[in-house]
Design a protein around this ligand. Structure first.
Ligand code: ADP
Length: 435
């Protein structure tokens, strides 16, 4: 159903209009009023689909009515068709169009033109209404969505703030945990250090305990034998009826027993210093050639006394070579080895020398003595270890010389080993790091 409002001061015109419209739109409601003011009121209450407006009216004319209609927010969307006798009067039409009128109908009114104009206006209004409604709906949707988004944004902000707070808390507890771990690590390190120190101290204590036991087991023989000699021959030497020859013999025995006792005690003291970690290393610059020459000079008479040759072997490219290490400890080491070489040889040559190799200097003491069987070549470096028990009777010795040598080499940061063949001879090698 459509609603049409007709505004015309002329009652007859309204009647004609009503008749024409009822014909054209049987299913319509026609509202007729005779003044602009009344028209506006009816339009506000009835909300017609189209307004037919006469231009020439007393009081508020069609222009004024149109202006008012188009000024009103609610009414402006109702299409206005101006009814004018002056269909061809351009100025009035332009004025009405400027005020917002949508169409014109000339008087006398043509029925089919009226029907066509009203239909098209109603159609336009309907589609405009649809668009407007759609717009309203969209606005509503946008509004709702905006509210939702704002809510979501608020929620997000809140979550973010909570997240930030829990991150900060996490960070704090992480830092606390890290501090705790750091403390724990420090404590563990401290414990490890103490533990290692304890282990080292325990090992040292065990080593010196082993040494003590070994010493107690060996001391009886190595101390008592020379001591018995000293005491026995000490008494004999004061006997009144001794020949000069006997006296000389007893004196020599006294002297060698004293030396043997002295050697045993000094060996024991030396090994005690090494085992307890009290042996000091004092490095300095020295020429190994000079050191070997000194040893040669002091041992040459002993070698000669046993009919042994003795030589210092010098390689041409090592001439004048300077080493940075402890000359006193190296000297002690070589002396121990030369001592043994002379002791365990009855013919041949004692050769001492060294090689300069990458990173190390390798000293050696070579002899053509009794040699050492392969299975004993490692054991002989342990305390009181001798190759064979028959040695004890045949050769004097504490069994400490090589363990002292091994201890000294290790203090200097080197290694010691022997190459030997029974009945052919032995070469003792040891290395010292060179810088
Ligand atoms: P000691 O000579 O007092 O017995 P060492 O510790 O000096 O003690 O030597 C241990 C053992 O190694 C000796 O008893 C001996 O059997 C063997 N030995 C050491 N040097 C030589 C050598 N140059 N030739 C043969 N045997 C040796």
């Amino acid at each position: 159903m459509i609603k049409i409002l007709a505004i015309d001061d002329n009652k007859d015109n309204l009647i004609v209009l009503q008749a024409l419209l009822s014909d054209a739109f049987p299913d319509s409601k026609i509202l007729s009023v005779q003044s602009g003011a009344e028209g506006i009121l009816v339009a506000l209450t009835e909300n017609p689909d189209v307004i037919l407006l006469d231009l020439v009216m007393p009081g508020m004319d069609g222009f004024e009515t149109c202006r008012k209609l188009k000024q009103d927010n609610f009414l402006r969307r109702i299409p206005v068709i101006i009814l004018t006798a002056a269909k061809t009067e351009t100025a009035s039409r332009i004025k009405a169009l400027k005020l917002g009128a949508e169409a014109f109908l000339g008087k006398p009114i043509d029925e089919s033109e009226l029907a066509a104009q009203v239909s098209s206006m109603v159609r336009i209004k309907k589609s405009e209404d649809t668009v407007r409604l759609e717009n309203l709906r969209l606005e509503e949707v946008v509004k709702e969505r905006t509210i939702d988004l704002l809510k979501e944004l608020e929620e997000r902000k809140r979550t973010e703030a909570e997240l930030k707070k829990s991150y900060e808390e996490l960070d704090l507890s992480k830092r606390a945990t890290l501090n705790l771990l750091e403390d724990l690590k420090l404590e563990m390190d401290q414990r490890h250090r103490v533990q290692s120190e304890l282990i080292l101290a325990k090992e040292k204590a065990e080593a010196s305990d082993r040494l003590k036991t070994a010493f107690m087991n060996n001391i009886s023989h190595e101390v008592r034998t020379p001591l018995n000699g000293i005491l026995g021959f000490g008494e004999l030497i004061i006997a009144p009826d001794l020949t000069e020859e006997d006296k000389e013999l007893y004196f020599r025995i006294l002297q060698s027993s004293s030396n043997r006792l002295l050697k045993t005690i000094s060996d024991y003291m030396e090994i005690s210093l090494i085992v307890s970690g009290n042996m000091e290393v004092c490095p300095s610059l020295f020429q190994p050639d000079d050191l070997l020459d000194g040893i040669f000079e002091s041992f040459y008479p002993h070698a000669k006394a046993k009919n042994l040759e003795m030589i210092v072997s010098k390689t041409e490219n090592a001439k004048g070579f300077i080493l940075h290490s402890d000359p006193e400890l190296i000297s002690k080491l070589i002396i121990n080895l030369v001592d043994n070489a002379i002791k365990y040889s009855d013919h041949g040559t004692i050769e001492i020398g060294y090689l300069t190799l990458p990173g190390v200097v390798q000293f050696f003491v070579r002899d053509n003595g009794i040699g050492i069987s392969e299975d004993k070549q490692v054991q002989i470096f342990e305390y009181f270890m001798r190759e064979d028990e028959t040695h004890t009777r045949k050769f004097e010795g504490s069994g400490l010389g090589l363990s002292i040598a091994k201890g000294l080499v290790e203090l200097l940061g080197g290694k010691i080993w022997v190459e030997s063949e029974k009945g052919v001879g032995s070469t003792f090698w040891f290395t010292v790091p060179r810088i």
